[in-house]
Design a protein around this ligand. Structure first.
Ligand code: SAH
Ligand code: SF4
Ligand code: F3S
Length: 443
């Protein structure tokens, strides 16, 4: 970087899942090497990067409306570069530039380590598109991370892509086949994060519990083995992982939830539907009963574990009875949280060929499902009052002297306490609940 000029400014907006959050961090780091610093508004930027999500139609279309809003900025500052990264970039490629000619660069999730070189190319007025699935390992190309202090909780991608091909889902196409990173590299990255102040790591993968890394000696590692190795890192206090598929919840991973001290009592375990007919058509390869038995085994290993899930309502040909079966499953499980979506037909997926459920019917089902989930989440929150939990403090709260952190169960907890700093892990007695968070005092 030329030290005599001001650094160039990069604005990144991230949509979609946590893996996109992780990828955006890595892209910002890669661009740091090109002399870019990150800024918090598009108006200041010399380059704007949208890291996009293709999972539902609305998410994908948002990208185009967002790009439309940057038109005035580009008119006012013709040198402004605009890039589209992530899963829409992967799925739509050059089509994006046809629809929005002001886009200079399109980069998929597997090639963002080539971003610096692409940015140099567009500096000369050219356009650049890269949506390959290259053989080189982007994580190795990007391996040196900057050294500054970090927030106490961080994401770390350990597995990427998916071979499950659920009938509704674009992820196997946008992220490609399942690939696991070698354990040594993950452990090295974890140690580096801890040196920079990180105390909680969430291991990421589209199908994280299918992790099957191979070490330098050729030995296979399961996710449980990786978690046990992370458990030995001094200074790392908490481990989480997301997102898991029910069919990959192996015995060693269930046991780890009972035995591994740093593994937190929270598990995101999407089931999508409680109807066997719909599960079959979704290609989930398990029944509602299989899922309920699995939940029982997990709770036997860790009785206080909090479960969250994902649900799709209005999947093609979902009847009232199918939907009632989903509600029954939710009642049987009792979730602490859940994400729920109306089915969105995605081009190229098998389910897109099937007859749609009436929109109003889907809307009504979504409303009813969310009401039930909210009731359960609210009861779980209420049940925390009076209990003592670990809280990892992250930042100051809105009130003077107040700090906010996350409990072991991922609830936001507000505590007024002098002398607490971000990164402190303390025992807290929960004294009250708000609609979506808790309040407590240090023990
Ligand atoms: N790999 C994760 C989830 C990835 S996508 C898993 O297997 O669970 C996150 C969630 O988006 C999914 O769990 C599903 O509930 C939802 N989703 C995916 N495709 C969708 C679609 N076409 N319409 C509506 N919701 C969808
Ligand atoms: Fe999509 Fe299914 Fe793979 Fe999850 S397991 S990413 S829902 S195909
Ligand atoms: Fe979206 Fe891609 Fe994640 S489609 S949910 S950003 S894997």
């Amino acid at each position: 970087m030329d030290q005599t000029t001001d650094p160039k400014k990069l604005f990144i907006r991230t949509y979609g899942c946590q893996m996109n959050v992780y990828d955006s961090e890595r892209m910002a780091e890669a661009m740091g090497g090109e002399g870019y610093v990150e800024v918090s508004s598009p108006e200041e930027a010399d380059m704007i990067l949208l890291n996009t999500c293709h999972i539902r139609e609305k998410a994908a279309e948002k990208v185009y409306s967002e790009l439309g809003r940057f038109k005035d900025l580009k008119d006012a500052k013709p040198d402004l570069k605009i890039g589209v990264a992530g899963c829409v970039a992967q799925a739509e490629g050059e089509e994006i530039m046809r629809r929005q000619p002001m886009v200079d660069l399109v980069v998929g999730p597997q090639t963002y380590h080539r971003l610096p070189e692409m940015v140099r190319r567009i500096g000369t007025g050219a356009k650049a598109v890269d949506t390959e699935f290259p053989l080189e390992d982007k994580f190795e190309v990007l391996k040196s991370r900057p050294k500054g202090r970090r927030a106490p909780a961080a994401f770390l991608t350990v597995q990427e892509g998916c071979d499950k091909f659920c009938a509704f889902c674009v992820v196997p196409y946008t992220r490609g086949a399942e690939v696991s990173r070698p354990p040594e590299r993950i452990l090295r990255e974890a140690r580096e994060l801890v040196e920079r102040g990180v105390r909680e790591i969430t291991l990421l993968g589209q199908n994280v519990n299918a992790y099957h890394g191979e070490d330098a000696k050729g030995a296979g590692w399961t996710l449980a083995r990786l978690i046990w190795a992370l458990n030995d890192i001094e200074g790392l206090e908490r481990i989480r992982f997301t997102t898991s598929h029910p069919n990959d919840m192996s015995d060693d991973l269930i046991e780890a939830h009972g035995d591994c001290a740093k593994l937190m009592p929270y598990l995101h375990l999407p089931v999508q539907s409680g109807s066997d007919k719909i599960l079959k058509r979704m290609n989930r390869k398990h029944t509602a009963e299989d899922y309920l038995r699995l939940v029982e085994r997990i709770r036997a290993a860790r009785p206080d574990i909090l479960l969250s899930g994902d649900f799709i309502v209005g999947f093609p040909e979902e009847t009232d009875q199918d939907f009632e079966d989903t509600l029954a499953l939710i009642r049987a499980v009792n979730y602490g949280a859940a994400f729920s979506f109306k089915y969105s037909s995605r081009p190229g997926t098998p389910a897109a060929e099937r007859p749609l459920v009436d929109e109003d019917v889907s809307t009504d089902r979504l409303y009813r499902l969310q009401a039930l989930i909210n009731e359960q989440a609210s009861d779980v929150l209420e049940g925390m009052v009076g209990r003592e939990v670990g809280v990892l403090f992250e930042k100051p709260g809105r009130m003077p002297g107040q700090m906010v952190g996350k409990s072991d169960y991922l609830h936001a907890v507000h505590v007024s306490g002098e002398g607490i700093v971000p990164g402190d892990l303390r025992r807290v007695r929960i004294t009250a609940r708000a609609p979506n968070s808790l309040a407590g005092e240090l023990v």
